[in-house]
Design a protein around this ligand. Structure first.
Ligand code: G4P
Length: 531
């Protein structure tokens, strides 16, 4: 990386994006293939290997993740491609972690949505898409697994339009039905690219551009069917439109098979060609921080214990302006305190490399960032504060108690840590104190992670008791006093100082609202939506 390069020029080379999908649609496979095409992974005897010869763990590093076979935590991967620097932010696949995904998407400039050709839009795709829409994130779509039987291409395109309400603009079109994948036609120039399979997709798939006449001769009916579809698409004018893509109103669609590498290059090329480079970020006052302004960035994720040997904690920071240099002393806007960045890393799955410089769009991992929280802005003067990352409305509430009271100190420390990381939200009842905080989550699996970590990482086995609360509203001190005297309501405080009123049912809440219209009961967010 060049030293002291102009931040704006370096930013222009950056593409920072995330991949979202329903579990099993192929996000992990596609991530590995991007790394393969980016030269960050090399193939050896059919197995994808990471740098240093270790088997690529992608982001499934935590024991619990391995036991459950799902990806819970997020990692960041950076690789060069066609003279650009690609930053791929990994997102957890499970729906219970949509809050975590939301934070990651706050640091991305675009997203790639992976669909399984046999399944189309699945529930989790819808939920993640909703998050992208709220952030107005440009979205590329990849219809995966075309190498095996699935649904019709036109039917899938139609489903994107109907269920997501976004205009699909197919950029590539498959020749051969799902399960008989020959290649793709690029609708931008009409060129047909034919693929050849390699064993296990461990190497880049050989591609050959074939003239239409020869294609027609050699592919027969598959070619004729694709030509019919293409004529239809041309007639409706579903062409790539960069302007509406950037406005998150249309989504360029690509067909492929991550497993066999078919269509992966076209998609990666589109990431470089279509995803917008980092732009000046708007601060909390509505002003833009120029890319060439002194360093600034915001923390979108805090994660503990990535390295079991060190038991440390990493704050992930998206750089918004200027040059980040390791060792720099920056200011944390929330505390006003200086913060040393001596231990800055580039994080690649579970591996780390010391990082010396970073530019807008890059993500840095700050190790031992004990005083840093999600949403914090770090900067060099002049000061800046970026808007907070909204939290989801919790829908599940459990009371936590330490099983062995001699471990209370560890329990308290663990609970505070999980709260700061955003693993769960911690709610305190001033009458009960620290003994039995309420843990609040968007999805119940967050409790599993919290319990596991309290026991294994902090040495504080806990017992969680189910509560009957299902809905939370933000309130103020005056209303809280009145609500305390009512039945079926509980007043708790969140770490950010907000007072929340918990209700057992929507019905009860609605009744109270009707009877006492002057009570302040603010909706945190619509169900499952950040706000
Ligand atoms: P996820 O991260 O979205 O959850 O999906 P992942 O990549 O783990 O893929 C889920 C399963 O789908 C894996 O199979 C993977 O090999 C398979 N898969 C991914 N892309 C394609 C594709 O383009 N074509 C086909 N046919 N399969 C694909 P698995 O049996 O669960 O795991 P594995 O034993 O193959 O690793």
């Amino acid at each position: 990386m060049p030293t002291n390069a102009e931040p704006a020029a370096e930013a222009a080379r950056r593409r920072t994006f995330a991949i979202i999908s329903h579990p099993d649609a192929g996000k992990t496979t596609l991530t590995e293939k991007f790394l393969l095409y980016g030269g960050a992974l090399s193939s050896e005897a059919g197995a994808v290997k990471a740098r240093g010869g270790r088997r690529a763990a992608t982001s499934d590093w935590m024991e619990l993740e391995q036991q459950r076979g799902i990806s819970i935590t997020s990692a960041v991967m950076q690789f060069p491609y066609r003279g650009h620097v690609v930053n791929l932010l990994d997102t957890p696949g499970h729906r219970d972690f949509s809050e975590d995904t939301y934070r990651v998407l706050a640091a991305a400039d675009a997203a790639v949505m992976v669909l399984d050709a046999a399944k189309g839009i699945e529930p989790q795709t819808l939920k993640l898409f909703d998050v992208c829409r709220q952030r107005e994130l440009p979205l590329l779509s990849f219809i995966n697994k075309w190498d095996r039987p699935g649904r019709g291409a036109l039917e899938l395109i139609d489903e994107i339009e109907q269920l997501l309400g976004i205009t699909p603009t197919p950029v590539t079109w498959p020749v051969g039905i799902a399960g008989d994948f020959r290649g793709v036609v690029d609708r931008r120039d009409g060129v047909y690219t034919r693929f050849t399979r390699t064993s296990h997709g461990s190497a880049i798939a050989p591609e050959e551009d074939v003239e239409p006449e020869r294609a027609s001769r050699e592919e027969g009916e598959a070619w004729a069917a694709a030509a019919d579809d293409l004529a239809l698409l041309d007639a409706v004018g579903a062409d790539l439109d960069p302007k509406s893509f950037l406005a998150a109103e249309s989504t360029p669609v690509f067909f492929g098979s991550a497993l066999t590498n078919f269509g992966v290059r076209k998609l990666l090329d589109a990431v470089v060609d279509l995803v917008p480079p980092p732009a000046p970020r708007t601060d909390a006052n509505g002003n833009q921080r120029a890319l060439d302004a002194p360093f600034s960035g915001f923390v979108f994720k805090v994660q503990a214990n990535m390295d079991k040997a060190h038991r440390d904690r990493i704050a992930f920071v998206r750089v918004c302006s200027g040059v980040f240099e390791r060792g720099m002393i920056v200011t944390n806007g929330r505390t006003g305190k200086p913060f040393s960045t001596k231990y800055a890393h580039q994080v690649f799955g579970q591996e780390r490399e010391t990082l010396d410089e970073a530019y807008p769009g890059d993500v840095i991992g700050l190790v031992n960032a004990t005083e840093v929280r999600v949403g914090d802005t770090l900067y060099l003067d002049p000061p800046v504060e970026f808007p907070p990352i909204p939290t989801f409305a919790p829908e599940h509430f459990r009371v936590a108690r330490v099983r062995d009271t001699s471990k209370f100190k560890q329990f308290r420390r663990g609970i505070a840590q999980l709260d700061e990381e955003g693993v769960v939200q911690v709610l305190r009842d001033r009458e009960v104190g620290e003994q039995a905080p309420i843990l609040a989550a968007v999805g119940p699996m967050q409790f599993e992670v919290a319990t596991w970590r309290l026991e294994n990482e902090f040495g504080a086995p806990v017992e969680l008791t189910t509560t009957s609360y299902t809905v939370a509203r933000r309130t103020d001190a005056v209303s809280a006093e009145r609500l305390r005297s009512m039945s079926g309501v509980r007043i708790v405080e969140r770490a950010d100082g907000d007072l929340l009123a918990l209700f057992e049912s929507q019905y009860w809440l609605a009744r109270l609202e009707q009877e006492h219209p002057d009570l302040r009961l603010e909706r945190l967010v619509a169900e499952g939506r950040p706000g």
